[in-house]
Write a protein that binds this ligand. Structure first.
Ligand code: DAK
Length: 264
């Protein structure tokens, strides 16, 4: 069972289950709307988790009913262009999760809208509860997605579905999200955290070196050509033979025992 320590954050709860850190968005009265403070705290929290060698995987989640209903509309509504531009509105603290070198799993139940959907898409993979609803409803507010919703969503689900979601604000349920590749799988909402933590623990039991490299390799697929990506993969793969963990993994297989990875 996760242990809950007193949270150093106002808008996040931080739990631990062995090597898995669980970051829970916690603004229930605002449906976990992603305020500037929340994103500042998310940035600080991820900095701390990355610096802690006992953390091997991170789960970001909300409640059973809402992951996040988007960026905080009440906070951003009154902003002027001059303020948004000079303060670098929302850029400064929104993309920390994309720079995480440790694996980050989004465990999504309920509403996952606007910036909430964009935050989930920044994670390495999404496990959805069967009540999850994904959408980019910004068009209803006279704006557009602003932190990846037109770009990551299009890469995940393809042009036609992304266009429909972005232009009409139509939401998709968990089944449709799995069918179009937005989420890795759907589980009953009561099992969501158990499944996400189990995935985190599996990752935590592996070599942190091959895990970190594998994450980088998959991410390169989104940034480069196929030929360049395959070349990058090959070089990274070859470099794994410099590590003790590769010898340990293969020796353990031959000796029919569980490997003990040391991250060296
Ligand atoms: N912001 C602020 N408050 C919100 C909120 C939000 N996004 N969503 C809900 N709330 C608040 C409601 O105002 C209400 O507060 P009180 O009236 O009780 O004070 C409370 O949460 C409960 O909400 P509802 O009464 O509306 O609850 P319902 O169950 O009836 O409806 C709903 C749930 C999720 C369907 C509905 O709340 C809703 O439609 N919410 C807004 C969804 C939305 O439009 N999301 C997109 C927001 S725009 C960027 C980074 C990020 C972004 C842009 C740029 N950069 C880095 C440049 C992101 C933009 C967005 O996400």
């Amino acid at each position: 069972m996760p242990e809950t320590a007193p949270s150093p954050y106002e808008t996040l709860l931080l739990d631990r289950d062995e090597a898995v850190a669980i970051v829970r968005l916690n603004r229930p009265d605002a449906l976990n709307a992603l305020s500037d403070r929340l994103m500042d705290e998310m940035t600080a929290c991820l900095d701390a988790l990355e610096a802690d060698p006992s953390v091997r995987a991170i789960v970001i989640t909300g409640s059973d009913k809402v992951f996040a209903a988007g960026a905080d509309i009440k906070e951003m509504g009154p902003k002027t262009y001059a303020e948004a531009f000079t303060q670098d509105f929302l850029t400064r603290n929104w993309e920390r999760v994309t720079r995480c070198r440790k694996p980050v799993i989004a465990a999504v139940a309920g509403h996952c809208l606007g910036g909430g959907c964009e935050l989930a898409m920044m994670c390495d993979f999404i496990i959805a509860g069967d009540n999850a609803q994904f959408g980019q409803p910004e068009i209803n507010l006279g704006i557009t997605p602003g932190v990846g919703g037109t770009q990551r969503l299009t890469r995940f689900v393809g042009k036609s579905k992304a266009m429909e979601m972005v232009l009409t604000g139509r939401r998709i349920d968990a089944v449709e999200a799995e069918r179009c590749g937005l989420v890795s799988r759907v589980v009953p909402v009561a099992e969501l955290m158990g499944e996400a933590i189990k995935a985190g623990k599996k990752i935590a039991s592996l070599s942190p070196l091959s895990v970190m490299m594998a994450k980088e390799m998959v991410n390169v697929a989104y940034e480069t050509t196929l030929a360049e990506g395959v070349r990058y993969e090959r070089r990274q793969f070859q470099s794994l033979f410099a590590f003790d963990d590769q010898k340990e993994g293969m020796t353990a297989f031959v000796e029919k025992r569980k490997p003990t990875f040391k991250g060296t």
